[in-house]
Ligand binder design. Structure first.
Ligand SMILES: [Zn+2]
Length: 463
């Protein structure tokens, strides 16, 4: 898929051996801000990809400092200059929880009063299981992610038909993204054995397909406590332990799920019964909260838990004690009106307890209508919490989700001597208190200047 000519971009003259100097209003990463800032980039290799308007570079930051300091560097005189003085430079970003295979469904209106079950039914009805359409959907999701400055994702491969699931993975393998592709499965009630057997087959085929890749890893995702029984979770944890795979799950997303787990009743039970999936003996109805329901699973292996929208202090202590991490999806949370039913999302309490928290998008289905034009990124998630809660932490969309997926967090910092996984430019609101506040108060899109395809994995992530 890679070709040698790439479209126009601010770094269109990036060729191997060339030096590029970017002058910007600020350079901001999770640990510091330099304003104004100049960056001297040495380009080692350059490629292009049809899904990205930005080049794919192997590049080293030679210097990053205030402009006067960069002027003094011996390489500065011959560098090609790129003027981004009206913009801030940020590291490329990581989206720890998304469903690229649902991109073809597009943004849909949510009806908080209608509850969660009609929404699940809508997604079940609209999602494609056709391998070619799933591949197209993932490719479009990749394009929208890159267009919003996201270069690495935790992607949920949710199409259960084996061929469709593998075509989603093949599309990722052919893309410029780094990813953990979590093989998602459903296994509950009378379908537990069948669900596990199918998941095992998909897992083996996915591992075979990715065996040579340095950019794509396989993980495993029991979908959620309402669609996977305790035996399915135990199987996933055992396979993950044998194969050293990261594990993810949806946990504690809705009031319907909380009601099912605690009391064994409600719309979620009726939904499972209608599908012939109500097993009865799932550990429900004992008054437990979702993390308590999965306590023995969490104690066996840390998990990346998506949503986790309602927690008591003892649940937070359990997540902290077991090394779990949380992907909070602020715009999806707001679209479903979870705050009115479940209270404010506990992400600040989780952070205070030392639980790693990343901000993620979930699928395009719960994102704004503008997403197909604007791109599908996590900077807009941080902007939501910054405006609502005053939280201004770039680590929630860069270094922390990188660590959660096993990527080297240092490659999501802007440092002299470093080879960043990518670089993003965005606008700044002029009257804000400082450059980071300016970025978070602005609605300017995040523009990817380049991404890197050199292997960014160092650890096992949540394994
Ligand atoms: Zn999800």
């Amino acid at each position: 898929m890679l070709s040698t000519d790439h479209p126009r971009t601010p770094l269109e003259n990036a060729h191997p051996g060339r030096m590029i100097r970017i002058d910007a209003g600020a350079a901001i990463d999770a640990t510091r801000t330099i304003a104004p800032a100049s960056m001297l980039l040495e380009i080692h290799a350059c490629e292009s990809h049809p899904l990205s308007s930005a080049p794919i570079l192997d590049a080293t930051i030679l210097v990053l400092d205030v402009p006067g300091q960069v002027d003094a560097h011996p390489a500065a005189a011959d560098a090609e200059r790129v003027d981004l003085t009206g913009s801030a430079l940020l590291p490329a970003m990581v989206n720890a929880h998304t469903h690229l295979d649902l991109t073809h469904v597009g943004p849909q209106k949510t009806d908080p009063d209608g509850g969660f079950v009609p929404w699940i039914e809508m997604v079940r009805t609209r999602r494609s299981h056709d391998p070619e359409q799933v591949a197209r959907s993932v490719r479009e999701g990749v394009r929208l992610s890159l267009a919003a400055g996201v270069v690495a994702v935790g992607d949920i491969a949710g199409a259960c038909a084996s061929e469709a699931s593998l075509s989603a993975l093949a599309a990722l393998l052919d893309s410029p993204l780094h990813a953990v592709s979590f093989v998602e499965f459903f296994a509950t009630g009378a379908r537990t054995d069948e669900g596990i057997a199918q998941a095992d087959e998909r897992l083996r085929a996915s591992l075979d397909l990715c065996a040579q890749s340095t950019r794509i890893r396989v993980g495993i995702q029991p979908h959620a406590p309402y669609s996977c029984g305790p035996r399915a979770y135990r199987w996933a944890i055992a396979r993950a332990t044998d194969l050293s795979l990261p594990v993810s799950t949806h946990l504690g997303e809705t009031v319907e799920e909380l009601d099912l787990i605690a009391h064994g009743r409600g719309p979620m039970r009726a939904f499972l019964e209608s599908l012939g999936l109500w097993g009865g003996q799932q550990g429900f109805g004992q008054g437990l909260r979702p993390p308590e329901h999965l306590r023995t699973v969490l104690e066996t292996r840390p998990m990346l838990c998506a949503h986790v929208n309602s927690l008591r202090d003892e649940d937070i202590a359990l997540l902290a004690r077991t090394g779990a991490s949380v992907a909070y999806c602020p715009r999806a949370h707001a679209a479903f009106g979870h705050e009115a039913r479940l209270g404010a999302h506990p992400y600040r309490r989780l952070l205070d307890a030392g639980v790693p928290v990343a901000l993620a998008t979930d699928s395009i289905v719960t994102l704004p209508e503008s997403t197909p034009e604007r791109g599908m990124g996590v900077l807009d998630e941080l902007r939501l919490v910054a405006r609502r809660d005053g939280v201004q932490r770039l680590d929630l969309i860069t270094t922390t989700p990188a660590m959660m997926l096993g990527l080297d967090p240092n490659r999501f910092l802007l440092r002299a001597g470093g080879c960043p996984m990518g670089l993003v430019a965005t606008g700044m609101e002029k009257n804000a208190q400082g450059p980071l506040a300016g970025v978070l108060m602005s609605d300017a899109p995040a523009t990817l200047l380049f991404s890197s395809n050199s292997c960014g994995f160092t650890g096992m992530g949540v394994a």
